[in-house]
Design a protein around this ligand. Structure first.
Ligand code: AMP
Ligand code: ZN
Length: 473
């Protein structure tokens, strides 16, 4: 497996800490609103990554958090807790909206055939673990109390900007040196971040817990470090998220985790580029965004959206428009139709199966090259092999693509079968035989006339290697 690593900025050969095993962490949603189709692009790409690794034989354990506390409206630790904002908007409690939107999030997963992570952990379930990690960071001198909050001291690290490689002048990190710093002046350095909020500006913050530093709640970044270490141990192979998570979220996760553990933590950083529309990045906070339910209301199939996402590489921004989705829906349906015409008869040709499975694996394990993987799929449909082998390969590739290709194709041929009454069936079969005889007698004009006669009645003939097939137009 070859994978681009944000940390090295290179496509690297993937070598996990433990042979054959992959420990993977995914930043979960902040459940104050529905996930938009941009968030879901990230989760679709991460799903393909997990399935690719399993297809290649790795034993993968995947952990995801649910952010139900601590994510403020500004990444600079200022503003309001997003959960509280959502609760106010809907006149509900934070826990009510957390439950509601977590449930909605996983319903979208089901619609998009995204596999469930092996472990799902809401941040509010791990408060004692967060407190323990912060205590260790304080003991080791990586954290300090100021005002009434606890902060991580980024100046204690040799290389804080390990992911973003930002060339920041040390003076710029000092609070007060720059005039335009409008942040919390209790911080020693501008890039320091909150581990535990005690001096809450929001008296109405519903979620508060006792801690050695007083009543309060955790910062956003600590939850992912802690939940990752809790379920995957001291070494993690892959950490995933959208590119907006690189800074400050993942940068801060590395700072805390490595300071806490005293050794390197996560090897590979996998970041999905954004879904954009003509107005730019789709974001929840803007309030104007598209959800899977909206696509469905407009008559689009969620799996056509998944198909659309898989046509481009995860490391490129993807521009959404209804025109493109419509055209992708047509391409997806055409593909299913083509698969539905494959006969189920015959034995799988094992040598061909192995050859093309290998080609598909090579494509998809090359930094999750989904468009190359589709090229292999279309090559299979054109290749010199029997239908049973083609069906078996499509079914196999769909373990990674998860587009219900065989299921949909079978449903389509059943539907087609149901629509056809016995009389039509008899008539078409006779005409096909008649045409065959005409062709044999080299009476091509007659053969063409029969084809046209059928077409006029909405019956399309296709000459395939397995014989003549037909379907309704
Ligand atoms: P959030 O619920 O805001 O914490 O985001 C959930 C995931 O979606 C994170 O991995 C984000 O990086 C990712 N994300 C946010 N906006 C987009 C977007 N427009 N396109 C792709 N991924 C996104
Ligand atoms: Zn996270």
């Amino acid at each position: 497996m070859r994978l681009y690593n944000t940390k090295s900025r290179l496509v690297e050969e993937f070598v996990p800490y433990e042979e054959g095993k992959v420990k993977m962490y995914t930043c979960g949603p902040t459940v104050y609103h529905f996930a938009h189709i941009g968030n879901l692009r990230s989760y679709i790409c991460e799903d393909v990554l997990v399935k690719t690794m399993r297809y290649a034989g790795y034993d993968v354990k995947r952990v995801m958090n649910i952010t139900d506390v601590g994510h403020l409206t500004s990444d600079a630790d200022t503003g309001e807790d997003k959960m509280l904002k959502g609760a106010k908007r809907e006149h509900k409690t934070v826990l009510e909206i957390a439950d509601y939107y977590t449930d909605a999030f996983f319903k979208d997963f089901a619609k998009l055939n995204i596999g469930m992570p092996d472990v799902i952990e809401p941040a509010t379930h791990c408060i004692p673990e967060f407190i323990n990690m912060i205590e260790v960071l304080l003991e080791k001198g990586y954290a300090y109390q100021a005002g009434e909050n606890v902060y991580f001291d980024t100046s204690k690290l040799e290389n804080y900007y390990v992911l973003s490689n930002s060339n920041v002048n040390e003076n710029d990190l000092m609070v007060g040196v720059r005039d335009d710093v409008d942040e919390d002046t209790n911080k020693r350095n501008r890039s320091d971040f909150v581990l535990w909020f005690t001096k809450s500006k929001f008296d109405d913050q519903e979620l508060k817990w006792h801690s050695p530093w007083g009543y309060g709640y955790p910062g956003w970044h600590i939850e992912c470090s802690c939940i990752g270490i809790k379920h995957l141990g001291e070494h993690m192979d892959i950490h995933c998220g959208g590119v907006d998570n690189i800074f400050p979220h993942h940068t801060n996760e590395i700072a805390q985790s490595e300071a806490f553990l005293g050794h390197p933590w996560c090897k590979y950083w996998f970041h999905v580029h954004h879904l954009v529309d003509k107005n730019g990045k789709m974001s929840k906070s803007s309030g104007e965004f598209l959800t899977v339910s909206v696509l469905q209301e407009k008559g689009y199939d969620p799996l056509a959206y998944r198909f659309f996402c898989l046509q481009s590489h995860y490391r490129k921004p993807l521009e959404f428009s209804y025109e493109v989705l419509k055209s992708m829906t047509g391409t997806y349906e055409k593909l299913i139709k083509r698969i539905s015409q494959l006969s189920k008869e015959g034995e799988v040709q094992q040598d061909k199966f192995d050859e093309y499975r290998q080609k598909f694996t090579e494509a998809i394990t090359d930094d999750v090259n989904t468009s190359m993987a589709f090229t292999v799929l279309y090559d299979v449909l054109k290749a010199d092999m029997n239908d049973a082998t083609k069906r078996a390969l499509v079914d196999s590739f769909d373990e990674v693509l998860s587009l219900d290709l065989i299921k949909r194709a079978d449903a389509l041929s059943e539907d087609a079968g149901e629509d056809v009454d016995e009389e039509t069936e008899k008539y078409v079969t006779e005409k096909i035989e008649e045409r065959k005889a005409a062709k044999k007698a080299k009476d091509f004009a007659k053969a063409d006339a029969i084809r046209d006669e059928l077409a006029a009645r909405g019956i399309i003939l296709e000459d395939t290697r397995e014989g003549v097939k037909w379907h309704k137009a």
